[in-house]
Design a protein around this ligand. Sequence first.
Ligand code: SF4
Length: 348
Amino acid sequence: MDRNFDFTGFDSTRFDTMSFDAVYYEPAALDYELGKMLRVKYADLPWLPIENHNRIPELTAAANRDFPKLKRHLIVGLRKTHKYMPNHKVSDWLVPYTSSGCRAMCLYCYLVCNYNKCSYLRLFVNRRQMLDRLLKKDAGSLVPQTFEIGSNSDLVLENTITDNLHYTIERFAREGRGNLTFPTKFHMVGPLLSLDHRGKTIFRMSVNPREIIRRIELGTSPLDLRIRGLNDMAAAGYPVGLLIAPVILLPDWQRLYGELIEQLADELSEKVKQEGFIEIILMTYSFVHDAINTEAFPNAVKLLNREAMTGRGRGKYCYRNELRGEAEAFLREKLARRLGTMPILYIS
Ligand code: SF4
């Protein structure tokens, strides 16, 4: 059996997030520097021309059980729509940026709601145009704004292929007034540590209990490496946050999240504890996730729990209010006791 698709044991550390088997590309992408670089980097793979990264009929027609195979394709194109959505959490705006979709396969991934089976990694090579637009919006605002650039993908993973964060962070540091921010579930922050960021990029590390990472966040970095990555980014002077998300209320959730908070308290640096903030998001799941996961990962943990969850429209489910209240009280109490210097910005 192909090593990448053997999830019998659900050990996400066995999953190679950098391997692809084919590149689907819009020919115009090869006119851009990044497109040319990718052409050389993946010269050994088949390159298949497409008209539009949003419509690849042979992939859209694939069965749900082929989800892991679809994730092995890399899509290269141009981002044509640049609509910013207002946001009211850490950022003011959600910005479509240099990628959408992801090579990893978290069983609850929010991108599946948008892209269904086709949530494979798409890289957009027109980064200058995207950052020009963002800087223009920043310059034209009455007060400096914060832009979330990682809501459509995981930019730390993407950066290992494109080096886009180097370009983005340093150019924004020189020309921007406000802040950029992005969350990640990956630890590969080495290339970011020496960048001239001028404190304008807020780095947020997403964490979950070890067991949840291994069995549910397939293909992402282990917890200890994520903690080290967050400590390193804080030491390099970046403003930082800790995102406990999504909180998944498995039958033994109190043990799992209690142990997570203990480990964070033991291993986070003093700098993170003194300067960092916390965000907490409880899991939202959907009918689409359930259909794909049931066929693609039949042995995986079942995340849809009709007793604990309730519908919230458009095929989505969230935890019932009583359970949410219980989880919120538990997390607030544990965090106050062990990480009391870090403000909780919100629990949603
Ligand atoms: S790392 Fe983030 S973007 Fe990638 S599959 Fe997991 S939740 Fe989705």
